[in-house]
Design a protein around this ligand. Sequence first.
Ligand SMILES: Cc1cc2nc3c(=O)[nH]c(=O)nc-3n(C[C@H](O)[C@H](O)[C@H](O)COP(=O)(O)OP(=O)(O)OC[C@H]3O[C@@H](n4cnc5c(N)ncnc54)[C@H](O)[C@@H]3O)c2cc1C
Length: 295
Amino acid sequence: MLLPSFEFHEPLSIKDALELKKNLGENAKLLAGGTDLLVHLKKKLVTTKNLISLSRIKALSQITKEDDAIVIGACTTMAQLSSSPVIQEKFAALKSGCDNLGTHLIRNRATIGGNACNASPAGDTLCALLVYDAMAILESSDKKREIPVADFFIGPGKSCIQKDEILTGFRLPIPPENSGAHYIQLGKRKSSEINVVNVASFLEYDPGTGKVITTRIALGSVAATPIRSPKAEESLVGQTPEEASFFAAGEMARREDCRPIDDFRGTAGYRQAMVGVLTKRTLATAYERAKGASQ
Ligand SMILES: Cc1cc2nc3c(=O)[nH]c(=O)nc-3n(C[C@H](O)[C@H](O)[C@H](O)COP(=O)(O)OP(=O)(O)OC[C@H]3O[C@@H](n4cnc5c(N)ncnc54)[C@H](O)[C@@H]3O)c2cc1C
């Protein structure tokens, strides 16, 4: 399968990329790592006369520390994220998501922004972005806005990004002391497989009372977009973090919060059952990490 012909543009700054996007309008697509877009172009699922490559814009592939947050540039690759000390130390669930995405070759190209803009309900970094309360940073030539990642996804393959905007990055608050997170994906094979179910959990507890203060749980592949699991989260706040309360949260996620469908990868019933299991397991590991206070 050959790629169709197109004009290739390589701006060196966000400003120039936005200008090109504005001028070329509907006739252009943004290219990051190309691991989704080039496949879609080859299969003729997408057509375009112009590709605007973002990969030479240095500001888009950096991880920057701020006082109480980090900003991850949209073109940061999975491999870069996995080897970043701050991601390893503070954002273990995101690191797991990056490590589980595709193969080495794919992880060297695939970007976090491309994963989000592809907006698959099964995307491997998206549950982690949800549980770390990430903000998506969107820029056009005349404005910059930040929205919660939970509002970024609006349907399978659809995000709220406007025609004149580029996703420039994500802002993630540094997780507090006594918190931890974990991510597990379940596929039919270990790698290069679309997930059947994927779950991330974040948990913060108060070492004084021993109770859970905050929890965020995100479910992938069980709804039209990656989703938070509000009933499961509510059920855990104020509880003692232990097997029984993790099991109860898993039951809430399974019974109340997910809306899976049957497809050739798995039945809705199987997905629902696995949501319960993975929610409980991710919470247990998140708590272990919180106690270790290393995450
Ligand atoms: C063999 C193979 C295995 C894979 N395995 C997995 C897997 O296990 N898990 C998983 O989640 N995914 C997987 N994928 C899918 C893909 O690798 C990821 O979704 C990847 O993160 C996409 O990033 P990219 O940089 O390659 O995006 P691209 O293909 O460059 O772009 C994807 C889409 O996002 C848009 N876009 C990209 N960047 C921006 C931006 N900054 N602003 C606005 N729009 C933008 C593009 O226009 C395009 O529509 C796999 C793909 C392949 C080919």
